[in-house]
Design a protein around this ligand. Structure first.
Ligand SMILES: [Zn+2]
Ligand SMILES: [Zn+2]
Length: 241
């Protein structure tokens, strides 16, 4: 589990037949108040928990899992992690949290074809993603997580409840699936997606000073060029309306 900065660890997604989202562990271990950002795909829960243990981190210090959004490649192993760490809270944006609490899985699967395929392939039962969400986020909050301040930015478009987490002092941005390396952006054709909202969200992110971009998939980027996200907006804006 590489360390990105002093108090941010990176658990690379273990892609297989389906992509597995990266997870990040935030906070100073001595704070005993660690947070995991995103769980990952179905079957990857033990890998995520073992990655934390291998770092010598006591898992009892993990207090919550914060979802950047609730697509299956991010939430698929949430229940597996909670089986190992039953005390952890789940935090998510209100719009997707309400769906999870109602057992409405449209935002998890994104489309019916994918739902049928995954339920068959992975033996997922209807209702597998009904969760109580302990804290519903709106965007605009500043969370104190393990001695670090993280701002919540609501960045809908890839999904309705996508959030970014921004640590201003070290200019670290965790954008979920909204922006990636190589000027790639998240898809905008699934349930709850909206291309013009995605454009606004990318513009919003481009206004932040970002040194480290820690996305949900593919490479992480340190020393991000100053105009990187503005260039991403320019590259995609004609597709996003
Ligand atoms: Zn996604
Ligand atoms: Zn993803």
């Amino acid at each position: 589990m590489p360390r990105v900065t002093e108090n941010v660890y990176y658990i690379p997604g273990q892609d297989g037949f389906m992509p597995d989202a990266h997870a990040y562990v935030l906070g100073n271990p001595s704070s005993q108040d660690l947070s995991i950002v995103d769980a990952g795909f179905v079957g990857k829960g033990n890998y995520k928990v073992e990655s934390i243990q291998k770092e010598g981190i006591e898992v009892s210090t993990v207090k919550r899992i914060i979802m950047t959004h609730t697509h299956l490649d991010h939430i698929g192993c949430l229940a597996e992690i909670r089986k190992e760490l039953p005390w952890v809270e789940v935090w998510a944006h209100r719009s997707e949290a309400d769906l999870l609490e109602q057992g409405d899985e449209r935002a998890v699967y994104g489309m019916n074809m994918f739902k049928t395929l995954c339920q068959l392939q992975f033996g997922l039962k209807p209702g597998a993603f009904k969760f109580k969400v302990d804290r519903k986020l709106d965007g605009g909050e500043t969370l104190t997580l393990g001695g670090m301040a993280w701002e919540v930015v609501h960045i809908p478009g890839h999904s309705m409840g996508s959030i970014g987490l921004y640590h201003r002092p070290a200019k670290i941005l965790i954008p979920g699936d909204v922006a990636y390396a190589d000027h790639a952006i998240g898809r905008f054709d699934l349930y709850g997606a909206n291309p013009s909202e995605l454009k606004k969200s990318l513009i919003r992110l481009s206004e932040l000073e970002v040194d480290a971009l820690l996305p949900g998939h593919n490479q992480i980027v340190k020393g991000l060029p100053k105009d990187y996200l503005a260039k991403t907006v320019r590259q995609w804006e004609s597709y996003l309306h």
